[in-house]
Design a protein around this ligand. Sequence first.
Ligand SMILES: NC(=O)c1ccc[n+]([C@@H]2O[C@H](COP(=O)([O-])OP(=O)(O)OC[C@H]3O[C@@H](n4cnc5c(N)ncnc54)[C@H](OP(=O)(O)O)[C@@H]3O)[C@@H](O)[C@H]2O)c1
Length: 334
Amino acid sequence: MNRNPHVAVVGATGAVGIEMIKTLEKRNFPVSKLTLLASARSVGRKLKFRAQEIAVKELTKDAFAGIDIALFSAGGSISKEFAPLAAKAGCVVIDNSSAFRMDNDVPLVIPEINASDLRQHKGIIANPNCTTAVTLMALYPLHEAFNVRRIFASSYQAVSGTGAKAIDELQRQVSQVVEGKPVTKEVYPHQIAFNVLPHVDSFLPSGYTKEEMKMENEGRKIMHHPTFRASVTCVRVPVYRAHSVAVSAEFEKPVTVDAAREVLLKAPGLDVVDNPEKKEYPLPLYAAERYNCQVGRIRKDCAFDNGLCFWVVGDQLLKGAALNAVQIAEELLN
Ligand SMILES: NC(=O)c1ccc[n+]([C@@H]2O[C@H](COP(=O)([O-])OP(=O)(O)OC[C@H]3O[C@@H](n4cnc5c(N)ncnc54)[C@H](OP(=O)(O)O)[C@@H]3O)[C@@H](O)[C@H]2O)c1
């Protein structure tokens, strides 16, 4: 790998793409050249990187010549079509979509957990689902110490998880409600302002949604834990940024709050914010734009013998997408 790679961001104008550009700059990733790719709609739009204004180019089949690393965040169908072409052109793809996450040939990586899986890559590396990534930042260190058997969880997912148009939708609907105007819907099937929707991604015959099953499927792959079980309800909430997850976890080994806290205090990429007497617990409003996820409300689960409840919050545009992707790129250079 070139130590000063030519990097491309595919989907550069999107909610994740914009964060990727910012994260590359903030973390001083040694980019020698940055190419920004999006749809024909965005051609010529300029985005700032370091002190430069870079014009967005159209994503085409031959856009990857000379590029070392491509960070993809333009949706699953674009990844399916273009990521193999990019890999064939010699570039390493770090893909944010769900297109390749469960492929045996594609490592699915959270660097704090399974960076060593990167060694097996064949040109495409997958970034995990954002809710799964935020949850595992707290669950995995506990699993290492106490062996997780299963979890029950509910998510509280920000609208930016659906992309730039969903951020506009919440803003518009809030104004419409406040101004007493009829509410218009484009992105979600129901009004999201002043509401919560127990529906993220499409429904499966089992009644769960695809998003809900990612926790078990991706969790098993990332933690190398093939019997891990997760029953999840994913909920969209009128929050702009940062996902929250309420988790009840059952472990093989006995767990105490003190022992869990000790483990979580040492976990990389995680801050313990847990002082209920002072009304201190993780909040999406304050976890937004932070690299570290936050865990709090740590308590013994009263319904499980070896159980623990916690509340974990993280900026899904960062740890659930852009930051994790840039951390993977950093690992590739190490
Ligand atoms: N949002 C999150 O928190 C999050 C977290 C993890 C993973 N992801 C995944 O990341 C991907 C992007 O999500 P997002 O939230 O950033 O969505 P978004 O805000 O809707 O952005 C989509 C991006 O894809 C580009 N695009 C769309 N159609 C294209 C085409 N035909 N050719 C080239 N580029 C095209 C768009 O370009 P134009 O502006 O030109 O249309 C835009 O840059 C999705 O796969 C999503 O599942 C998102």
